[in-house]
Design a protein around this ligand. Sequence first.
Ligand SMILES: [Zn+2]
Length: 841
Amino acid sequence: MTKVLVRSRCMCGLAWCLVAIACAWGAPTGSSCPQTTGELYSRIRSVKLDPARVYHIREASIRKPTLDLSFEDGALAFTEDICGRITGAFFAGDGEVLLRPPNRVERASMALFTKMAILEEPFTSGYLRFNDDTAEVLRPYLSPAADAAEFLQEWGETAEKLGEFDALRLLLDFSHFLPPQAQGATSRTFPSLLHAHLIGKTLGAFEIFWDATNSEPLWAGQARTSNDETFFDVWTSFVPPVPASHAAPPRLGNVSCTAFQIHAAVHPPTELKAETQVEIRVRNGGPRMLLFELSRFLKVESVTAEGKPVDFLQNPALAGTELRRKGNDLVGIVFPAELKTGQQMKLTFRYAGDVLSDAGSGLLYVGARGNWYPNTGLSPATFDMEFRYPAKWTLVATGKLTSPTGGEAETNVEAAGETVSHWVSERPIVVAGFNLGRYQRTEAKSGKIVVRAFATGGVEKTFPKPAPELVVPPTFPGPRRTGDAPTPVITTTPPPPSPARNAQPVADRGAEVITSFSKWFGPFPYSSLALTQMPGDLSQGWPGMVFLSSFAFLNPREQEDLHIKPLFRELSNLVLAHEIAHQWWGDLILWKGYRDQWMMEGLANYSALLILERQNPGRFHDILEKYRNDLASKNKDDEFLREAGPVTLGQRLVSSHFPAGYDLITYERGTWLLHMLRSMMRDAESGPRVPRGAENPDEPFFRVLRKAVERFGGKSMSTTDLMQIFEEELPRPLWYDNRHKLDWFVDSWINGTAMPELSTREIRTTEKAGVTTVSGIIVQKDAPENLITAVPIYAESATNSLVYLGEVLADGKETSFRFTTPAKVRKVVVDPKQTILTAPK
Ligand SMILES: [Zn+2]
């Protein structure tokens, strides 16, 4: 229900107005409803302003929780109706929007982009698209317009273009009007949608979006170009306080895909052709139409449900704000009747297209890795996949190779020079994929787990070439004279890298990493792991299979030939362990929503660093310091990179201000947050009150990780879920206000961007009967007022050794502390091991 805000009303001539409007309103034209999905979609998409519905509007308002859109004075035209309903309006005149983000994180995000914590912006024009009673709500504030033709002339075209944006979203609702119509379909109400494209007086074009079927129904943002790249800056997104009547089941949760059967033929270097059968289970009945993700490069030939053809829509020109954010790789399926809760169905998609490309040296770049088969997002399902491809190629896929038997590698060369291999998931997995190349294969083992590395003898065409080296020949002693022959210059070019040559050490390292991770996090989830070379510098860890960048197959000599600096070599070496860590963090355990995705990158990255810490503690420290410096650096507009936002903003961190915001914040700050959690637990565990030798002080931290795997393996985990496990293991010195809660860490650090400066003042030490009392004040500078930080305090003894005194929960600007110690104290030191993400010194 939309509410109306009545500001004032002129009573004169009101009766006449109402009559006039009722006539102009026109009767619902349900009979004109298009009869096919394609026609209906095109009607919704290209809807025009209706010349019979142009009005003067005064003092009207549309209200949603936390949002007011007011139309003070101007002209407004509605769009032509579709199936008897009005779905759009264009306004020009004086309006104002007021949007109040409900919490500190959202107000900070709003302020980053608009310089206002609460959005209060006058606008001069706006296009509204809706599926609810918005037209009815505005109706009492309308009177006939004097200059209708002029208005249409000026705004008609703009309005028609903007109609494209929500066409697909509206089609999800309006599909109920397609034949055969269920009883009562025409009077059906839909979960509320309102999308406003506004031109602000100071902010320019921006959008406000309300969709009751979104997990966060209200958002606002703006498309903005920076350095020739267009970003969609999400200013804010949240769940407003919503009355029960607004609650609607989230659209994305309508169905789950439970099983996939895929028959695919791969024709290098470009084509994939497939028939995929998806078993779906309807979680929330009601819809007649479902959306599936599928690469826009794969053209759908047919879709059947339980063997019967169904109507589908796949249009590369599909557009919409949501699509703009995700890419328009969608296929819409319209069913003959509305889906019922609990209903199960087999859908079969046939499609083909070019999703591979030749990268050179027997390497193919497999594009559309996440959407080469139709799916409804990441959720656990079983996969049974058969691939056909030319015999000279080696294909590796997620799951266990069941045919040809033996499980080593596919060898089933048929007469036609075609290989067929068959892969079955060992447990439900969230995503399935394949990689292929002219690979050579090596193998290593971690207990019973087989680790195979697949690599080619060369690298992709685009790989950097080692620079020729100048070899200075020996010179004869003595001064050179003019006329002497010039010293010959000899250059040698290092041999090109060969991933296949280095595949064995890669497999061996993979096996070692699995051994460590299994000990720390619990058993490896599959019987084998494939490490497959992929062109480019990106890597991805999928269930039981890693797409591993060619760079990760370089040996130290080849890294040196490419003049890769030592710290970057170390970062490159971390990639293997990082991707293997995703087998637990991201593959076995999913993240719940975009605000939780940081945990997976943070945990994967920190897991890889834990391996490095055991081998080279100095380098481990160097990498954390690099992250600290990165976060404290500024962009070209003099904004601190850390101000891109807290880790919990996920993909929203990518913006025109901070194009690399996501990587920087989730990987680097995310890693730091886990390092802080581990360090403060370890310190608190090794405090003077803990009996010596009770257990390894790192043990509670690892117990948290193991518990997370046990509890959330095969499920999705939220930041709150993980924090609850940390709270179970939280040592007493970290209890704030006597509660074993971590809400202070979540508020201050996880949902914050702080990098404070820590110092002490008024330090006093007194000695009495062999006991030293140390007191003082911890100062947090350059920090939010309510920042709470667990700060380890040490004493430097007379013999220069460091004695841990304890943990202080520094709360706000200044916090006093007092410790006693048997040691003689020369100096008090705050966090000497640099375990807190403070500003660089
Ligand atoms: Zn990752």
